[in-house]
Design a protein. Structure first.
Length: 106
């Protein structure tokens, strides 16, 4: 998961630092087998097209309920959560294996 800063101005010193850190996180995720990259800053940026930063949180760092939900949604989407079915593909596969294991002859 990338770090984020609740600030749309990419020239802001703290935002620029978070963007550099995010680039490193993306590189590490790409080089690590089995990892999942979650771009939290992009999700925050989409939110900032509608809301002024300090209306989300005055310090632009600590997540309030809105940003916490946004981070959770970004994470769940990145791991393949199916928003229509309420589960991930691995959850569905695990349930299928369990249901078929119990019905197979021993």
């Amino acid at each position: 998961m990338t770090p984020y800063y609740i600030e749309p101005n990419r020239q802001d010193a703290t935002r620029a630092t978070m963007d550099r850190y995010s680039a490193v996180v993306k590189q590490v995720a790409a080089a690590t087998a089995g990892s999942v990259f979650v771009d939290v800053q992009s999700a925050v940026d989409r939110l900032l097209t509608t809301y002024y930063p300090v209306t989300i949180n005055w310090d632009r760092v600590h997540p309030n309920n809105t940003v916490s939900a946004l981070i959770a949604r970004a994470f769940l989407t990145a791991i393949g959560f199916d928003w229509q079915r309420g589960s991930t593909a691995s959850d569905r596969r695990r349930r299928w294996l369990i249901s078929h294991r119990s019905s197979s002859p021993r």
